[in-house]
Design a protein around this ligand. Sequence first.
Ligand code: WTA
Length: 731
Amino acid sequence: MSEVQVSEAEIAVHWREEELFYPPPKFIGQANANDPAIFERFAEKNFPECFKEYADLLTWDKYWHTTLDTSNAPFWKWFVGGKLNASYNCVDRHLAKYRNKGALIWVPEPEAEATQVITYQELYKRVNEFAALLRDYCGLKAGDRVTFHLPMVPELPVSMLACARLGVIHSEVFGGFSGAACGGRIADSGSEVLITMDAYYRNGDLLDHKIKADEAVEEAKKQGQKVDKVLIWRRHPGKYSAKTEIVKGRDFFIDELMADYKDKIVEPVSMPAEAPLFLMYTSGTTAKPKGCQHSTGGYLSYVAGTSKYYQDIHPEDTYWCFADIGWITGHSYIVYGPLALGATSVMYEGVPTYPDPGRPWRIAERLNVNIFHTAPTTIRMLRKLGPNEPKKYNYHFKHMTTVGEPIEPEVWRWYYHEVGKDEAVIVDTWWQTENGGFLCSTLPAQQPMKPGSCGPGVLGIYPEILDEHGKPVPKGSSKAGNITIRNPWPGIFQTIYGDPDRFVSTYYAKYNKKKGSKDWHDWPYFAGDGALLAEDGYFRILGRVDDVINVAGHRLGTKELESASLTVEEIAEAAAVPVIDDLRGRAVEIYIALKPGLKPSKEIEDKVSAPRYRRHLQFHQPRRHHYASQSRDSGHHQASRRVGKGEAWRDPARAVGQGARGDQVFRTGGITDQRGRAQLALSFVRTRRTEPSGAAGVVGAGGHRRRVRLLYIEIGEGAGDGGGGVVPDVG
Ligand code: WTA
């Protein structure tokens, strides 16, 4: 087996410095964090005790005795000895002051359907009633796992908080994911109960969602996990909106069962700070997603603290995080953070541009939203489809967030001038599912904004860029490397559910300074992102250095996409690669090698476009499929992800041409930075090698040496550039 190995320690990236924008005095005057003394309080010499300030935002049943226990590093334990309940902290404790203030405001996608305001009192009732049902009807107790496959409806936070009330660990799977993807996550978490919804609105259609529950249960069974009960919320209570049949003895309508639990009150179960609150699966470099396990005390403290200082949430604010609760942003910054602070949190069911790109601004005007939070993909889409829409509406934001992907400075400026009307501060928050909350951002009242840069480490977070050998890359050097966090923090996940070895090997092994050490200084956290550190201490994130593609702010594992492709029987090999996409940042294209003797045909194309295949990849439909079949000449051809170095980064084709040692490059794709320079070159080359497996090296933006699964595709005649069928994007 031959292998191309390119060692590339650092890439030089020359980036024009952007101008700084300063927060308006009006914002500074009212901000939660406008006293510079806060930086001193969170200085490294005060670590880890500085995080007491975050934990003190919560109500504890029992105070902790140890702020940070490092005895089993890198499995950090925060606030050890403390006890609390997350549901109590997000609901009950606000009743005295805010009983009839809105906790959640839910905007359904159909504009004619009434907005629902759920007060803290109403939320308290709903959470208690549903907790009673979970406990008494399903027999669930602390430590059990329950999987949700729910869209953006208020029943989702109600279900989360009901579980939290009982100490039951919830695992929400993004509603747009396929039934099969959900089934795998059910099996991995060992859930016996699935909570879903019959249907929901997306782009004007009422989608049958229940059908996915049947697939999920089937897939879970294949993987050895039996689901006893499927609890179904109904989008229109009293009326079943899906076509899929109900399975007797397994499927139950929650609105029918609830009659028996009306007005029931469930005492919140006092949980150790270290008890897991939820799992959130995220794509990894293998086909198996990782169940990130988050704690109760550390996580809730961290999201409350960062919501207060970085989102600047006051209980009087109307805060709208336009993300999906199926991702970590929604967990931390729609549900747990804002509700822990007693804010009013807005949720919207549907797509941003339905029925037109003025919709978000109509919602903002009508509800008097003053804090707005979304991802670059949404901003790009709204900018493209309705550049002048914000002007038409009379809303005023004091604060806006961008999260999930790098934002291009031009897009940032549109967000600032048009959406924010030159009045709102912007925070560009960099973090990950694994992290619980923000890692890098400007502190909005005190640090100026710089388009395209997320800013310095947030309070109590000390990031550092390391090269391949663990040597710090100095600031202002224009060299990229791997961003790491030197210290633990309360929001960090506890482990990968059921796989502690993978937790250590993925995030800590790379830069661990001493095996078995109990000193946190020896365990820098490896984030898997490439970054640059400017002279002023601001980080600019370049993107993933591993085999993960970020589409519209959603992390997709190439392996997971490739495995889904293999469900079509004619496909022998598949390679998912990222390409630049104007709206989504990146899109996926899949290279497909058919089994020997097969040629691309309409039948195969139909299978690839069939709903069953689509369901595996739902919402992340590959933009194109490229086919390859047996070649006429005797040489073998390879499709590889390859790397280049030095100057060649500017020209992926050249880079790969070098990497492939003279093999002919016929198609190149890859990740480029915001100036169009290549960070990751991907190439499909004709090669004369005859081994039946190809070679691939991949180096990300950080330039760290890394090998990925080898891809081998025999490229057929006419496959050329983009030959083969084009499957329309249905996402
Ligand atoms: C990327 C989302 C640039 C990054 C909260 C990270 C970002 C991955 C930013 C995590 C940002 C997130 N600027 N890139 N502000 N925020 N990313 O787990 O590559 O869905 O590793 O968490 O998104 O995605 P995840």
